[in-house]
Design a protein around this ligand. Sequence first.
Ligand code: AMP
Length: 214
Amino acid sequence: MNIILLGPPGAGKGTQARHLVETRGMVQLSTGDMLREAKNSGTEMGNRVAEVMAKGQLVTDEIVIGLIEEKLTTEKGAGFIFDGFPRTLAQADALAALLSKLGQSLHTVIEMRVDDDALVDRITARSTCSGCGEVYNDHTKPIPADGRCTNCGEQKEFTRRADDNEDSLRTRLMEYYKKTSPLIGYYYAKGDLRPVNGLADIKEVTASIEAVLG
Ligand code: AMP
């Protein structure tokens, strides 16, 4: 079963993807994580994408499609969760072609619906456990006083993403509405789209996704 989690930055795609990895043994393919890894590795490609990401713009289709293609052929599990990919119509077409080449298909596209005010609040208050990726929020889920992650139990660093600031976020939202939101119509027309309310409590969102996946 291969699924896409579609939604703007801060919709909760990463949090829900991690849950599906833990409960169903699926493989999370986050192009954002792959690009951050490339950025930190100091490779030529990493250096090229770093600036684009810091501004909140989209990296070229060619780069992200290449990253996804490599993972699709090397990673194994009970299906793929595409998190933050595809983000353009060209990426959506490329994904369909890659899956078909592997004799696979797309099961469902889960559209995580949230409103912009909630996104700004979530993103500017967000931090992540560098050990396991658990997401915290300064207001609703603060980092534990003892510095021990509630998910992995480790005392790792809690990091804020370089692009989680208001300037970059404004560009990321514009990029989403201009280039990614047309995918809602694209997958709706194919009969693949299943909306869930991404504003609900994390556990309720998880339950809605479980209900969709069956
Ligand atoms: P994310 O972690 O999904 O919020 O992605 C962080 C940043 O990585 C985005 O703002 C883009 O600069 C870049 N990025 C991630 N996925 C893609 C994609 N599918 N296409 C283009 N750029 C991407």
